[in-house]
Design a protein around this ligand. Structure first.
Ligand code: GRF
Length: 208
């Protein structure tokens, strides 16, 4: 099975990144992480990349204040490492550059800890679901477009949060399913292609 060359972008602890690395090691995710990119020099995820000898590119948000220029630096790195899929895994910046979005159209994916379009664009979707009194929430993996958290949906998973007693409890319950779902979706990119018909995403498996 040919492996898809990916870039992973994360700003923080990187547990989803780790789940992808673990699935690759177990032969459950046909991907090769060509580069890890972060906007945060303090990100815990950097250590995860270094532990696997994956090149780390730190594009410091404090050094490049202009959003367009910042995104163009990201694009340069993606081009340089020749990636076929860009995986946002807790990457805390909105991609604003049309050049970057156009160049990697339907090649950038994100994971969001709610059933979109509920609790869109928030940094605290799990707490918002708890405060709203939701009994069910979940996760969404979607293509990234200029519509924040509104790109075509690739995969969703419902999670029963009725027994949770706090927003942190909701986050802890959902993250387990994120760790299952994200590597599985990345793997599917190596096994076929996703076509986007309007807002609907259809998976076409590769012929054997
Ligand atoms: C996850 O909950 C993900 O859905 C959201 O940010 C969080 C990142 O967690 N986009 P981690 O850095 O992967 O542990």
């Amino acid at each position: 099975m040919e492996k898809i060359p990916i870039a992973v972008l994360a700003s923080g602890r990187g547990s989803n990144f780790q789940a992808i690395l673990d699935a690759i090691d177990k032969g459950e995710c046909a991907a090769e992480v060509k580069v890890f990119i972060t906007d945060n020099p303090e990100a815990k995820a950097i250590e995860r990349a270094k532990g696997k000898n994956i090149p780390v590119e730190i594009i410091d948000k404090k050094a490049i204040k202009n959003r367009e220029l910042f995104d163009l630096e990201i694009k340069k790195k993606l081009d340089e490492y020749k990636v076929g899929l860009v995986v946002l895994a807790g990457y805390m910046r909105i991609i604003k550059s049309k050049d970057l979005l156009d160049a990697y159209k339907y090649k950038i994916i994100n994971i969001h800890p709610s059933l979109l379009p509920a609790f869109k664009g928030t940094t605290n979707a799990q707490h918002d679901a708890f405060d709203y009194g939701c009994k069910i929430s979940g996760l969404t993996i979607h293509f990234v477009t200029d519509d924040v958290d509104g790109g075509p949906i690739i995969h969703q998973k419902c999670v029963d949060i009725s027994g949770c007693t706090s927003g942190d409890g909701v986050a802890a319950r959902i993250i387990r399913f994120e760790h299952e779902s994200y590597p599985m979706v990345v793997d599917s990119f190596a096994k076929g292609k996703y076509e986007v018909h309007g807002k609907r995403v259809v998976f076409i498996p590769r012929k054997p």
